[in-house]
Design a protein around this ligand. Structure first.
Ligand code: ADP
Ligand code: MG
Length: 625
C-alpha cells in the first residue's frame, strides 16, 4: 500500500504536536469532540430541512470509549461523515479554517503557547497517540474508508466496512514515559472530567460506558457491579446559561474553543433578550487585530443559530461594517431554520436583532471608554480606524453612533482625548476645534502652521491617519463647534496684529503680485501670514481641500486630480521678509530666486515632493557663491 505525504505546513504542525512538551495535552479531546459536534451540526441541519431524511433527535450523539488492554481510545459520532476525498483533503492538509495560522518560524518553534490557547484541530491527537485511525462513512455514500497515520511518515486510506453514517476515530495511546503519564487518557474518571471541563456545552449527548460499583438499591450494605451508558455533558450551550453562573474564564475558554481569535477578548457581552424579538447572544470585543482584518479576505459576521441549530457561520447582516471586529453568535427561536441567505437580508426579526446588537455594542464601548479607559485605548489602537471609517462611509449616516467613540492625540494633554473632552474645555474665545495633519506626532509638533494656535494656548488634535480629515469633514462639527485645520485660510483667531498686517499687505502688494506671477500655477495666492511666529514661510490652503487630503486623494487609484488651493504665507516679522523687500527694490532676479526657494522650503516642511530638486539645489548654491 502506498503512503501519501502530508502537505508541508501540516508536516511542521505534526512534528510540533508529536514533540510537544505542552502540559495540557488533554485538549485533544476537546478538539475531537468539537469536530464531531460540527459534523453532527451538518447532518442535523440537513435532516431538519430535508424532508427525505428522517429526523430523530436521539440519533445524534458522540460516544467515547476506552479499552485499557489494547490502549485504544475511540471517539465516534453520528455526524455527516467523510468521503475518501474528504479524508485526504481534510486530514492530509492543515485545516484551512484559519484556526491555526503561523506568523513566523519562532512561533512555530515555541508552539507551546499556541497549542494552549487556540484550537489546533485534529492533529492534536498526535500529542497522545502513536497511531490515529479515522473510519468514516459519508451521508449519501455506499462505501466507508479508513484513514490511518502515525503522524511522521504520511498516511494511508483503505476501503473498510462500516454500517452507520458517521465517523469513528481511534487513538492508539502512547506508552507512559518517565515524565509523562498517558494512561490517564484511558481512565474513565479522567476522561469524564476532561469532557466536563471542555465540552460540557456541546449540544449533543457525549456518551460513555461507565463501569463501577454502587450500593444495592434494597440493601445499603451490599455493593453491586454496574455497567451503563451515561451522558457526561449537560448540553446547555453557554449562551443559554445564566450570566451569574459564568465566569470571565468561561467566556474566554469559549472564545478560544470557537477559534474567534488568537487573543484574549477585551470584553464580552452576554445578551438574553425577551421582547419584540427573542434571542440570546454572546459577543466579544477582541483585543488585537486579526492578522487579516484590514485585508479583503476578512469576513465580518456572527454565527447564527435557530433554536440551537447552527444555520450560518458568518451572518454579515448582523453587524454594521464599523463594528466588523466583533465576534460571537446569536441564537434566536424566532428565525426559521429554512431561511435562505437572500431571505435573511429582508427578515424583519433579523433586522431587529441587528439593530439591537448595534446599540448594545455601542453602549458597551461607551462604558468601556468611561470606566476602563486603558482598555478602551488598547481597543482603539486596534480598531479606531474602523470607527472613523464608519463615520465617513454611508454619507455620514452613522456619525451620531460613532462620534463619541473616536479619539485623537492632543497637543496639550499629550494623550488621546475624545471630542467631548476637547469641547468641554474650550475657552470661550475659541471658536473652532483645531487640528493639524501630518505623518507622525513628532512631525506635526514641528509644523510652523501650528504656531499661532499653540501660542493662543488652544488645544490641537493631531491627525496622523489618512481617514482622519475625511471623517471630520463628514462630521463637520461636534457640539456645534466646527473643525478647522491649522493650515486653513481663516483661523478665526483674533489677532492684535491684524490691522498691522493688513496695511503691510497693502504696502507690499506689488511684491506679492510679482511673487504670484513667478509661482503662477503653483499657488493661488501669496500673502502675509497670521499664523507664523518664528518660521519664515509656510503653505496654507483656502477652501475645503487641505494639503493632506490632496496627498491622500492623489494616492488613490481613481484620483480625480483634486488640488488644494495652496497659499504661500510669508512671516512679515522675519528677516527674510526684509531681504525680499530690499531685493524687490534693487534686483528683481533675486526676488524670483528667493521666491522659488521659499516655495520649495514650504513644500519640504509639508512633506510634499519638490518638482525639480536639481533646480532647488542649484538655487541654494547661487546664494552661497
Ligand atoms: P477545523 O475543525 O478547524 O476545520 P480540524 O483540524 O479540527 O480543523 O478538522 C479538519 C477538518 O476535518 C474539519 O474541517 C472537517 O471537515 C473534517 N473533520 C474532522 N473531524 C471530523 C468528523 N468527526 N466528522 C466529519 N468531518 C471531520
Ligand atoms: Mg476542529
Amino acid at each position: 500500500m502506498t503512503k501519501k505525504q502530508f502537505k508541508a505546513e501540516s508536516k511542521r504542525l505534526l512534528e510540533m504536536m508529536i514533540n510537544s512538551i505542552y502540559t495540557q495535552k488533554e485538549i485533544f479531546i476537546r478538539e475531537l469532540i468539537s469536530n464531531a459536534s460540527d459534523a453532527i451540526d451538518k447532518i442535523y441541519y440537513k435532516a431538519l430541512t430535508d424532508e427525505n431524511l428522517s429526523f430523530e433527535k436521539e440519533n445524534y450523539y458522540i460516544k467515547v470509549s476506552a479499552d485499557k488492554d489494547s490502549r485504544v481510545l475511540t471517539i465516534s459520532d453520528t455526524g455527516i461523515g467523510m468521503t475518501k476525498d474528504d479524508l485526504e483533503t481534510n486530514l492530509g492538509t492543515i485545516a484551512k479554517s484559519g484556526s491555526f495560522a503561523f506568523k513566523n518560524e519562532n512561533e512555530l518553534k515555541d508552539g507551546h503557547d499556541i497549542i494552549g490557547q487556540f484550537g489546533v484541530g485534529f492533529y492534536s491527537a498526535f500529542m497522545v497517540a502513536d497511531v490515529v485511525g479515522v473510519t468514516s462513512k459519508a451521508l449519501g455514500s455506499e462505501n466507508a474508508y479508513k484513514w490511518e497515520s502515525n503522524g511522521t511518515d504520511g498516511y494511508t486510506v483503505i476501503e473498510v466496512e462500516k454500517d452507520a453514517i458517521g465517523t469513528e476515530i481511534t487513538l492508539k495511546i502512547k506508552e507512559n514515559t518517565e515524565d509523562e503519564n498517558f494512561d490517564e487518557y484511558l481512565e474513565t474518571h479522567r476522561l469524564k472530567a476532561i469532557i466536563k471541563k471542555y465540552s460540557d456545552f456541546i449540544r449533543y449527548p457525549i456518551k460513555m460506558d461507565v463501569k463501577g460499583q454502587r450500593p444495592k438499591a434494597d440493601s445499603e450494605n451490599e455493593l453491586e457491579e454496574y455497567h451503563e451508558e451515561q451522558t457526561i455533558n449537560s448540553m446547555v450551550p453557554i449562551w443559554r446559561k445564566n450570566k451569574n453562573e459564568l465566569t470571565t474564564e468561561d467566556y474566554e475558554t469559549f472564545y478560544a474553543d470557537k477559534h474567534y481569535g488568537f487573543d484574549k477578548p477585551l470584553k464580552h457581552i452576554h445578551l438574553s433578550v425577551d421582547g419584540a424579538v427573542r434571542y440570546n447572544a454572546i459577543l466579544y470585543i477582541p483585543e488585537k487585530i486579526p492578522f487579516d482584518f484590514y485585508s479583503k479576505e476578512y469576513e465580518k459576521g456572527l454565527e447564527l443559530y435557530s433554536s440551537g441549530v447552527l444555520i450560518m457561520n458568518k451572518c454579515s447582516d448582523l453587524l454594521p461594517d464599523y463594528f466588523s471586529f466583533v465576534k460571537g453568535l446569536v441564537d434566536s427561536e424566532d428565525l426559521s431554520l429554512n431561511i435562505s441567505r437572500e431571505m435573511l437580508q429582508h427578515d424583519r426579526q433579523l433586522k431587529l436583532i441587528a439593530k439591537n446588537i448595534k446599540n448594545k455594542i455601542k453602549s458597551q464601548l461607551q462604558s468601556l471608554l468611561k470606566d476602563e479607559r486603558e482598555k478602551y485605548e488598547e481597543f482603539y489602537k486596534s480598531f479606531g480606524r474602523q470607527l472613523k471609517y464608519g463615520i465617513y462611509s454611508d454619507f455620514g449616516s452613522n456619525k451620531e453612533v460613532l462620534q463619541d467613540l473616536i479619539m485623537f492625540y492632543s497637543s496639550t494633554k499629550k494623550e488621546m482625548v475624545t471630542l467631548e473632552e476637547y469641547v468641554s474645555r474650550m475657552p470661550e474665545e475659541q471658536k473652532f476645534i483645531y487640528y493639524a495633519s501630518g505623518e507622525s506626532y513628532e512631525r506635526i509638533e514641528k509644523l510652523p502652521q501650528i504656531e499661532a494656535v499653540s501660542e493662543k494656548g488652544f488645544e490641537i488634535l493631531y491627525f496622523t491617519e489618512d481617514i482622519d480629515e475625511f471623517a471630520t469633514k463628514m462630521l463637520m462639527s461636534y457640539k456645534e463647534k466646527e473643525f478647522k485645520s491649522v493650515s486653513s485660510g481663516d483661523l478665526g483667531i483674533e489677532s492684535s496684529e491684524t490691522e498691522e498686517s493688513v496695511s503691510e499687505e497693502q504696502d507690499n502688494k506689488e511684491l506679492f503680485d510679482y511673487m504670484k506671477t513667478i509661482l503662477s500655477t503653483k499657488v493661488k495666492d501669496v500673502r502675509i501670514s497670521k499664523r507664523l511666529k518664528s518660521h519664515p514661510v509656510c503653505l496654507a490652503t483656502d477652501g475645503e481641500v487641505t494639503i493632506e487630503m490632496e496627498k491622500i486623494l492623489k494616492s488613490m487609484p481613481d484620483n480625480q486630480n483634486v488640488q488644494a488651493d495652496k497659499v504661500l504665507e510669508i512671516n512679515s516679522n522675519h528677516e527674510v521678509f526684509s531681504t525680499l523687500k530690499v531685493a524687490f527694490a534693487t534686483d528683481k532676479e533675486k526676488v524670483s530666486l528667493y521666491t522659488n526657494l521659499l516655495y520649495n522650503q514650504a513644500l519640504l516642511i509639508e512633506g510634499l515632493p519638490i518638482q525639480d530638486p536639481v533646480e532647488f539645489t542649484n538655487d541654494m548654491c547661487k546664494i552661497m557663491v
